[in-house]
Write a new protein. Structure first.
Length: 305
């Protein structure tokens, strides 16, 4: 994003941020209501109303002012990063009000940091003067802290303590690993990183004749090396975040079952995975696997997009 140098530019971005937040909170509220989580639905409806009120203030303030258009997609929570994007772009399932508010608070704090950075680097006196008028985002963060019930109180629930992060080493899965590690750091949770490798297949006669077949031991060695390579970057990220971290891989041609089994085996209370990963024949964990986990798992799940 290019530097914001004028008051109209800042207002254009602020309006885009608030409009996207109001729409997304409304969608999340409806999703929670559809899932029967009335507590989380009420929280999100309240957030949607607060954002809509802030948007209305900005629109009144800029009535008659020619505003530039921010680049398309900059503030879409589920498609691209944005100052107010919750650090991880989620589809929510089985979320408590406490967890919903924690994510919202993080999003609003990032928006506040974004606006502060704009003001600090502003050359235009008029832009610096707007600092006093952009208290809506910090004020909303304060509202969220007041609304947030303490973990363990009625309607609050405890934050997740042990998160399973499946990955296949794809670019999208790597981003989900980073997002999951970030979330675990905020929740003070342990992470188990998991991957599934294809099971051994007996070589065909053609492979045997051409000496292209491999033994079960060689297959196991290759699986281990590939898993270790996938886990290496995740381990570095977990170490940098200062969280407890472990890994596991298995051979399975039904990855979604392996993911659910691993989550149960390790006592995980959340599965955090990407919406899709590799394409074609090498697709091991994501795409339809994510949908299968959503369908069959009784463990709460967050899907990174």
């Amino acid at each position: 994003m290019k530097a914001i140098r004028s008051a109209p530019e800042l207002y254009a971005h602020a309006i885009a941020i608030e409009r996207e937040a109001a729409e997304r909170y409304g969608e999340f509220a409806q999703l929670m209501a559809d899932e029967g989580n009335e507590g989380a639905a009420a929280v999100f409806f309240r957030l949607a109303l607060l954002e809509a009120e802030h948007l209305e203030v900005l629109l009144r303030r800029t009535d008659g002012v020619a505003l530039p258009s921010p680049p398309d997609g900059n503030y879409r929570w589920l498609d691209a990063g944005a100052p107010e994007t919750a650090a991880h772009e989620f589809v929510y399932r089985l979320m408590t009000p406490h967890e919903a508010l924690a994510i919202a608070l993080g999003a609003e704090q990032r928006a506040s940091a974004f606006l502060e950075s704009v003001h600090r680097g502003a050359d235009d006196p008029a832009l610096r003067a707007l600092r006093a008028h952009h208290r809506a985002v910090p004020a909303l963060a304060a509202d969220l802290r007041q609304m947030m019930p303490a973990p363990g109180r009625a309607g609050g629930g405890a934050m997740y303590k042990h998160i399973l992060i499946p990955t296949d080493g794809s670019e999208t899965a790597d981003k989900a690993v980073q997002a999951g590690v970030d979330f675990a750091r905020e929740a003070n949770a342990k992470v188990t990183c998991f991957t599934a490798m294809p099971e051994y297949q007996m070589p065909t006669q053609t492979e045997l004749m051409s000496r292209h077949g491999i033994s079960p031991d060689e297959h196991a060695r290759r699986c281990r090396e590939k898993a270790e390579a996938i886990f290496a970057d995740a381990a570095r990220r977990a170490s940098a975040a200062g969280i407890e971290f472990e890994t596991e891989y298995v051979q399975s041609d039904r990855p979604y079952e392996a993911i659910i089994d691993a989550a149960k085996r390790h006592g995980c209370d959340l599965i955090f995975m990407a919406s899709h990963g590799r394409r074609g024949i090498s697709a091991l964990l994501h795409g339809s696997q994510t949908q299968d986990v959503l369908t069959h798992s009784t463990i709460p799940m967050m899907v990174y997009r």
